[in-house]
Structures are given as structure tokens and as C-alpha cells.
Design a protein around this ligand. Structure first.
Ligand SMILES: NC(=O)c1ccc[n+]([C@@H]2O[C@H](COP(=O)([O-])OP(=O)(O)OC[C@H]3O[C@@H](n4cnc5c(N)ncnc54)[C@H](O)[C@@H]3O)[C@@H](O)[C@H]2O)c1
Length: 424
């Protein structure tokens, strides 16, 4: 089958998706990016340059996503716009008979996600969420270690991410400061932490959290200043109405300290903030009856480490010896140079990123071709965002919340203003 797709949203992540598409084409010829769309045509034009420079067909450019959806006889679309558009575009695309892969978070609010879910069901389409962290081969290894019971019964996990943005807006994108655009590090980045915790620890039941907006006055700084390793991917995007150095008012939650209870009985502490000035701390570990697993930063390629109850330390390829039957899946092996077991890797970040994005596309297309559920679909998308929103909802209600009540909409104090203002 030949798969024809469109890509909507050609900003920073859109550019990264295009690198993923180029990587995918090295392994799979039966997919073609027919068209792209961005409200700024020049942004789309700049983003697709690497495609035609590499000799592949130049995609058609649209500035109105409805025109892209209605044209070109596509099979599916990738949604890589800022988060408020995900549900609108996904539902229109599925109503027009297209399959969808959308960037994380799946939707702007849980209500937006529920509407997307209804559309998946009524149109019988595949919706995949481009959640990337879990697809890192090192995270696959952590998951295998836990699945094999190497840590014994799981007791607790710490997931602490303290960074300082130096009062700048994250990724030099104004929307990331705004509550009604799913901004703020607790949601925008926290949804990755949430997905990883659910992936590794299993389903979660409740959250109690304290949250805050400590820094409402932010500055728009250049990507070279805020995230230099991604600057090359964001240089072409536009921020109409704002210049570098302008003040941006942030009303999205910038700090969350959460306690999570998992269905297994294990406890989790998730702390995430971008106002930790003078202190950059990252702790991700899981403790069980046999010892502790020290996770490495997703996409760093750094090895994980296990310290057993008797003090013995095991890391790098030695970890692989603990799980002799473990093998990466066929798609990962293909994209990671044929290796079926990886204890660490040393690659440029953008190379890693493009392999993972290629994986996401391949997983989505395989699900469509075989009529099977993708690895990260509606359920996983809703659960990850449900956990991230539970932190924010608990923070404002000052009570412990059931994650299922946040997912169903029974608890929605933070989100109801967003649903009203965005007409959801
Ligand atoms: N998985 C990851 O690691 C990761 C990393 C970064 C961003 N993201 C996600 O990707 C999405 C995009 O983030 P980004 O950093 O690229 O933001 P961005 O602002 O750089 O890019 C968004 C692009 O969408 C375009 N756009 C907005 N509304 C549109 C519309 N109605 N029609 C057509 N184009 C439209 C904008 O003009 C912009 O170019 C977000 O949902 C974000 O959460 C995921």
C-alpha cells in the first residue's frame, strides 16, 4: 500500500517531523508527504526545504488546513500545530475520512480529548499520539527490566525535574505561557513525564498536588538563548505581534509538586518546574523490593543503572545480562542500525529525535495498514494528559483527585474556563 499524508503546523516541531519523515523514507518508500500547511506560508516553505533538497518530491503548501484536508486524496494527516488546534483539525480530518497522528498533548483539555475519541469511534479511524519519550531504546530497556521483575515489587518512584528558564518563555513560543493554550511546563512537558510514569509503573489512581504560577512576567528570548540544541529547528518559525525581548504574561501553571498513587499500590512523586533558578536537578528513579533503577534522560543515550539491595551496582551493557531474552521490537531494530539490544548510544540529539519520529510514523502507518491499535493511541493519550491535568486540578482544588474523575470531566475547575474560551 502506498500511504499519502499531509502535515499541518510547520513550526519547531513541524520541522522536526520533517526530519523524521526523511529518516522514515530511508527505510520505507511507500509513504509520501504530499502536502503541508502553516498559517504562515513562508514558514512552511522554509520547513520543507530539506525535503526537496534531498531529491524527494516537494510537498504542496497550504495556509488553510481545511483546504489541505479537502484536497489531494490523502490517507492521513500529522497535526503539529500548537496544542489548541489539535482537536479541531483531528475531528475535521477524521470526518473527512483521514487517519490522524497528533503531537502531544493529545488535545487542549480532557473534553477536547473526549470529542476526539468520539470522532475516532464514529469514523472508525486510527488516531495515534506522537508521544516520543517511551520509544527511546533506553526507555524500552527500563520497561523490560521492570516487566522481568528485576526490581521485585515496586514501592515508589521519584521524577524530579527542576530547571530554570531564567524567566523566559519556554521554546521561545508565546503560546507556551498561556493557560488557554495548554501552556506551562506542568502540562506541556509534564505530559511526557506522565506518559513515562504510566508506561513504567502502570495505571495511576489518585493525585494530590500543590501548584503555582510563580513567574507571570516572562520574556520572549531567542531559541539560541533558551534551547540552543533546538535552535536550528525553530529559526524559521514566526511569532506575530511579538519581538525578541518583549514581556509575555504567563498565566499557565509553572510549578507542580505532586504525589501519585498507582493502582499497584506504589507511590510516585512528580515535581516539575521551570523557575528553579540557580538549581538544575533531574532525578528519575524507581525503587522496588530488590533495589533501585536510576533512569537516564530520555533521548540522551546515557545508560541506566541499577543498585541492588546488597549494594551491587550494574549499568551499561551489563544490564542487558539481567534480561537475556529481551529484544527490541522490529521497527526499533530497523531504525537503530540493526541492533536488537541497546544499553547506551552516542548520537547527536537531532539524529535520535528523527529516528524516534520515524518510529512514530511507522507505528501509525502499520496500525492503519493492519487495522490494529497504535502503540500510543486515544487511551494512552487521554491517560497521560489526565495525569498531567490531575496535578493542575488538584493544585487549584487543594484536594486529592481521582484521575478517572479528571479524565471523565467530573473534575474540571482549571479546564472549564479553557473549554468556554475555546468553544469546546
Ligand atoms: N513531542 C515533543 O517532544 C514535542 C516537542 C515540541 C513540541 N511538541 C508539540 O508540538 C506542537 C507544536 O509545537 P511547536 O513547538 O512546534 O510550536 P510552534 O509554535 O513552533 O509551531 C506551531 C506551528 O503551527 C502553526 N499553526 C498554528 N495554528 C495553525 C493553524 N490553524 N493552521 C496551520 N498552522 C497553524 C504555527 O504558525 C506554527 O508555525 C505542540 O502541540 C507541542 O506540544 C512536541
Amino acid at each position: 500500500m502506498s500511504f499519502r499524508m499531509g502535515l499541518i503546523g510547520c513550526g519547531g516541531m513541524g520541522r522536526r517531523h520533517i526530519s523524521g519523515y526523511l529518516k522514515l523514507r530511508m527505510h520505507y518508500n511507500d509513504v509520501e508527504l504530499i502536502s503541508v500547511c502553516d498559517v504562515h506560508k513562508d514558514v512552511a516553505d522554509a520547513a520543507i526545504k530539506p525535503i526537496y533538497e534531498s531529491g524527494l518530491n516537494k510537498p504542496k503548501i497550504y495556509s488553510n488546513y481545511s483546504d489541505l484536508i479537502a484536497s489531494d486524496n490523502l490517507d492521513g494527516v500529522a497535526i503539529v500545530t500548537s496544542t489548541p488546534m489539535h482537536h479541531k483539525i483531528a475531528i475535521e480530518a477524521m470526518n473527512s475520512g483521514l487517519h490522524v497522528i497528533t503531537e502531544k498533548p493529545m488535545g487542549l483539555t480532557m473534553k477536547a480529548c473526549r470529542l476526539m475519541e468520539e470522532s475516532v469511534k464514529s469514523n472508525n479511524k486510527i488516531l495515534a499520539v506522537a508521544e516520543n519519550y517511551r520509544r527511546d531504546p533506553i526507555n524500552r530497556l527500563s520497561k523490560a527490566i521492570l516487566d522481568e521483575g528485576i526490581l521485585g515489587d515496586l514501592y515508589f518512584t521519584l521524577d524530579i525535574g527542576l530547571v530554570s528558564s531564567a524567566s523566559a518563555v519556554m521554546h521561545s513560543t508565546v503560546w507556551r505561557a498561556k493557560k488557554n493554550q495548554a501552556g506551562g511546563v506542568v502540562l506541556d512537558a509534564g505530559v511526557h513525564n506522565a506518559d513515562m510514569l504510566l508506561y513504567l509503573m502502570g495505571p495511576a489512581e489518585t493525585v494530590y498536588a500543590e501548584t503555582g504560577v510563580f513567574e507571570s512576567k516572562r520574556k520572549l528570548l531567542s531559541m539560541n538563548d533558551v534551547a540552543p540544541r533546538l535552535a536550528g529547528m525553530y529559526g524559521h518559525r514566526r511569532e506575530p505581534g511579538f519581538d525578541i525581548g518583549d514581556e509575555v504574561i504567563q498565566d499557565a501553571v509553572d510549578t507542580g509538586f505532586a504525589l501519585i498513587r498507582f493502582e499497584s499500590g506504589a507511590i510516585g512523586q512528580l515535581v516539575i518546574t521551570d523557575v528553579s533558578h540557580g538549581q538544575n536537578t533531574s532525578i528519575s528513579n524507581i525503587t522496588g523490593s530488590n533495589g533501585t533503577l536510576f533512569r537516564s534522560r530520555s533521548r540522551s543515550g546515557e545508560p541506566i543503572k541499577i543498585v541492588l539491595k546488597n549494594g551491587e551496582e550494574i549499568s551499561g551493557d551489563k544490564i542487558l545480562e539481567l534480561i537475556p531474552d529481551f529484544s527490541l521490537d522490529e521497527l526499533t531494530i530497523k531504525l537503530w542500525d540493526g541492533y536488537n539490544r541497546i544499553g547506551s548510544y552516542d548520537l547527536d540529539f537531532l539524529e535520535t529525535d528523527s529516528r524516534i519520529l520515524a518510529y512514530e510514523y511507522l507505528d501509525w502507518i502499520r496500525a492503519i495498514e493492519k487495522g490494529i491499535y497504535p502503540e500510543v493511541g486515544v487511551l494512552e493519550g487521554k491517560n497521560a494528559l489526565g495525569l498531567a491535568y490531575s496535578i493542575v486540578e488538584s493544585g487549584i482544588s487543594k484536594t486529592k483527585v481521582k484521575i478517572s474523575d479528571v479524565i471523565s470531566g467530573k473534575i474540571n475547575s482549571y479546564q472549564k474556563d479553557i473549554d468556554i474560551s475555546e468553544g469546546i
